[in-house]
Ligand binder design. Structure first.
Ligand SMILES: Cc1ncc(COP(=O)(O)O)c(C=O)c1O
Length: 478
């Protein structure tokens, strides 16, 4: 995790791409040093290493070993641990997105909706993107002003009218939604979400644009949009698109241009929202989005548009992953070690899995893993093994070590010899982890969330769920 320079250990900078080999070894303590030593003498193999310096990879966050042990002792495992400093640094980076005539950065709160995180981002100047009426209410409950929340949803909430009257903004995501909003609130100022005909995502499952995606109004239906808006006297003041998570920067760029061209059809629109989707490198070989590079041509295109039309459009972006993914780790414990013989596999069974980290099983997403010896005095030996990190659910797909984009193919990680009871830090766990999991499967309770403040003090921001809370809505019959 990022720490102040006054701390004894070296500072990990989240905002500058740093080859892993240049990270001070104090970063993760003795464990990291041993891992790096082991890696440097590692034979070539198909094993996915836990660290390295391939590609433009920003080191994923980690927590110092002593703090990891302290958190595990105080709060148990599994637990999510977020870095306040890293979240704030990412917010500052997003707010510096190049723009011609003004910028609003909306945090796509679906990525990490904890109230403390929402309030932290609000203090830094972010607004919010909500994907359901429930998310809107959750943000308002956290104290976010309705005027700072924009709703783009697959399902309009039953309480849409009071939410909009309170000041929440809405982007109609289908023609039926547009009609429903117009019927409820004729003459309202609204946005429309357009499917520009192109999509892109880190995987097919995170691609939400193009002909196979149900998100937004198909770009060839603009005449129908205008007719529906006219019928209800709706003013289309915003145009919105989001083409996918982890989208290809070139496609993101191309779609931005397409969207700007669409603005000619919406003469009253003052804002263009280009969505989120900026890539984050969680493991070596993946690339982090460069927002300055992505934004520079967009800024120029907005300037050209203004020169051509006299309309100075306001820009919105709404990242989720970019703002949070590498700002959190999942702290777990190795609770069993098993194998399937000499020619088989060696499994580290963790006390976490799809109940806290669904992304590997869902998308074949990659998360780095690092072992922290349970005993502070024990230095990991030089021997390394290939391990499969397995989850704790009775589900063969509950695996953390899978091949990129292939949830069903095992890909071992090479680690120094691990003992039962050791801790495991799984990186890149800030986005779509606590927010998106197979919660309560096998009746495992929801894990706690902890924020490391800038002085590296762990602050509990969500308690571990109790059994009573898990079953509180059941109504036993006789
Ligand atoms: C409408 C909308 N905006 C923004 C986002 C955030 O995407 P990302 O986390 O990839 O930045 C999403 C993610 O699904 C989305 O659906």
């Amino acid at each position: 995790m990022a720490r102040r320079k006054t701390q004894r250990e070296a500072v990990v900078k989240f905002s500058t791409p740093t080859p892993f080999s240049r990270i001070p070894f104090r970063l993760a303590g003795n464990g990291a040093r041993a891992i790096l030593r082991a890696l440097s003498s590692m034979p070539a193999s198909t094993t996915v290493p836990v660290s390295g310096n391939a590609g433009r990879f920003r080191p994923t966050n980690t927590v110092p070993e002593d703090i990891a042990r302290r958190i595990a002792a105080a709060h148990g495992t599994p637990a999510y641990v977020y870095s306040q400093q890293a979240l704030e640094d990412r917010a500052a980076e997003a707010l510096a997105f190049p723009n011609a005539h003004g910028l609003t950065v909306r945090f796509a709160m679906k990525a990490l909706p904890n109230a403390t995180v929402l309030r932290l981002f609000e203090r830094k100047g972010l607004h919010f993107d909500a994907s359901s009426g429930h998310e809107v209410r959750r943000a308002m409950f956290a104290g976010i002003a309705p005027q700072k929340i924009s709703l783009s949803t697959q399902e309009l909430p039953a309480d849409l009218t009071p939410l909009l009257r309170a000041g929440v903004l809405v982007n109609a995501c289908s023609l039926a939604q547009l009609d429903a909003i117009g019927t409820a609130l004729p003459g309202w100022n609204i946005g429309v979400r357009i499917n520009p005909g192109r999509g892109s995502g880190g995987t097919g499952k995170t691609n939400v644009g193009g002909p196979d995606a149900s998100f937004g109004i198909w770009h060839e239906h603009i005449a129908e949009i205008l007719e529906t808006a006219r019928r209800h006297r709706l003013n289309i003041v915003r145009v919105h698109t989001h083409i996918g998570s982890g989208s290809d920067p070139a496609v993101w760029q191309e779609v931005s241009t397409l969207n700007l061209a669409l603005m000619d059809r919406f003469p009253d629109a003052r804002t263009l929202n280009l969505g989120g989707g900026f890539k984050v490198a969680r493991v070596p070989g993946e690339k982090d989005a460069d927002l300055q590079a992505a934004g520079a041509p967009v800024k120029a295109a907005f300037e050209d548009f203004a020169a051509r039309t006299g309309r100075r459009l306001h820009l919105e972006i709404e990242p989720g992953t970019f703002l949070t993914a590498n700002c959190g780790v999942l702290l777990a414990r190795v609770q069993d070690i098993t194998d399937t013989g000499e020619a088989g596999r060696r499994f580290l069974k963790l006390d976490t899995g799809m109940t806290e980290l669904l992304r590997p099983g869902l998308y074949g997403a990659q998360h780095p893993a690092e072992i922290v010896p349970a005993d502070a005095g024990r230095a990991p030996g030089s021997a390394v093994h290939d391990y499969i990190l397995a989850g704790h659910c009775c589900e063969s797909g509950d695996l953390i070590s899978c091949a990129p984009g292939e949830p069903e193919r095992l890909a071992p990680v090479r680690l120094p010899a691990v003992r039962m009871g050791d801790l495991c830090l799984i990186g890149g766990a800030g986005a779509y982890c606590s927010a998106m999991s197979a919660k309560n499967y096998n009746s495992f309770p929801e894990a706690p969330e902890i924020l490391l403040d800038p002085g590296n003090t762990p602050r509990l921001i969500r308690r571990r769920q109790t059994l009573e809370q898990m079953i509180q809505n059941e109504i036993p019959l006789a």
